[in-house]
Design a protein around this ligand. Structure first.
Ligand SMILES: CC(=O)CC(=O)C(=O)O
Ligand SMILES: [Mg+2]
Length: 223
């Protein structure tokens, strides 16, 4: 049965956020990571969503908050173990997303073999743009995504450089996690990730389609 909730406000649905990592060779290289043989993914809670007008809040325990600009894929129809050929039938549209990362904490988690939850899943770690229906983006592998900090270009990447294509990601993930209407897949970051400080302004966009702006704030240490 079709849902009465508008997918144009997918971030209000409280659904899953699945994030793919190391999906651009240049980015894997800049962080000293090996290229994945199969997609690597992790989760963010839906409370990670933040929209323009509200700040990205650097957690009190983080000393190196970094931006990762990524194309997001919004699922429109339940997908369980779907083939690559059928995968795009389950897509409703796209959004631009930031996978905000507490890089210092992530490095420590990697060293100690711990999950990345503290590094990737904190509140406001997933800023998102407006929803773009799939009809407006005939080929999501032909987009240029970019990010500036205080007006300076930091990231610019072509979605054609993804190691694993969107149908491949949907097919792979849907064999492990059943994807539901309103779920969002972040498809990985191109190179150029870097640190942001309190009061910095992040602007990011999909060339020719949309842009968005966020300010960085600092969480006070709970007493
Ligand atoms: C090393 C990472 O943080 C992986 C990631 O999120 C990516 O986009 O790549
Ligand atoms: Mg990422």
């Amino acid at each position: 049965m079709a849902s009465s909730r508008p997918l144009a406000r997918f971030w209000e649905w409280g659904k899953n956020i699945l994030c793919v990592g190391r999906n651009y060779a240049e980015h894997a290289k800049e962080l000293g990571n090996a290229l994945p043989a199969e997609p690597l993914f992790f989760l963010k809670p839906s409370s990670a969503y933040v929209r323009e007008g509200s700040p990205i809040v650097r957690p009190y325990y983080c000393t190196d908050l970094q931006h990762e600009v990524e194309l997001g894929v919004v699922i429109g129809r339940r997908a369980q173990a779907v083939s690559q050929e059928a995968a795009m039938e389950h897509v409703a549209g796209y959004a631009l997303c930031l996978d905000m990362t507490a890089r210092d904490v992530q490095k420590e988690c990697k060293k100690r073999g711990l999950p990345w939850t503290l590094a990737k899943a904190f509140s406001t770690s997933c800023p998102v743009s407006e929803f773009v229906p799939k009809e407006e983006i005939p080929d999501p592998h032909k987009l240029k995504i970019w990010l500036k900090v205080n007006g300076r270009l930091r990231q610019e990447g072509e979605t054609s450089s993804m190691i694993f294509s969107i149908p491949h990601l949907i097919s792979y993930i849907s064999e492990i996690v059943t994807l539901e209407e309103g779920d969002l897949i972040l498809t990985g970051s191109p190179s150029g990730v870097g640190s942001v400080q309190e009061n910095d302004e992040i602007e990011a966009g999909i060339h020719g389609i949309l842009s968005m702006r966020f300010r960085v704030a600092q969480q006070t240490c709970p007493s």
